[in-house]
Design a protein around this ligand. Sequence first.
Ligand code: GDP
Length: 194
Amino acid sequence: FFLSPAEFVKSATNLSMIPENTMIPEVAFVGRSNIGKSSLINGLVNRNGLVKTSSKPGHTRMMNFFKLGDKLSLVDMPGYGWKSRDEWGGMIISYLQNRKNLRRIYILMDPSHGLKESDAQIMKLLDSSGLSYQVVLTKMDRLSKTKYSAAKAEIEAELVKGSICCFPLVLGVSSKTKDGLDELRAAIVKASQL
Ligand code: GDP
């Protein structure tokens, strides 16, 4: 099944541009730049090109809002890691802390890179704000099953150590082979009903 039909709502580069808080459940996607976030959102809604997959920094600096009828709102958050945390900070932190309809944040990580310092910082921020998040490992197709399992176990061990608000199930996806997309869609639907 797909999360569809999805349509673009708007892009926001500052707080005043963010669509008003509604009752529609919302989930947000975060991750370091180039993690495969655009490809993943397009894959989830089965619409190539909904989110521009572009290496142009301009595209990823914005928060992009999408909706699936009046059932679900998806937010593509700016990638982090290539600019200072302060820059990522202001708008995003206010959004995260004030968004009443935000049900879960999906943190994307590349299993071949492991858990990075910038990921840990974001998780700390979400923990301190009591925001529910779940880790999704991208580009699964790039690793053998054995290597993927080892990388996942390593990341899970890191999560157990420090995280508080982390949903205790790490998902794996490949936008290329579509592996794991149904499981992630199901998780999103479930989280949106919480
Ligand atoms: P974003 O910057 O996080 O939005 O990342 P993109 O979706 O633009 O992807 C960054 C790069 O990773 C692009 O070259 C994609 O083709 C590649 N990529 C994204 N998802 C996958 C995947 O599942 N498998 C593989 N092998 N490559 C991927």
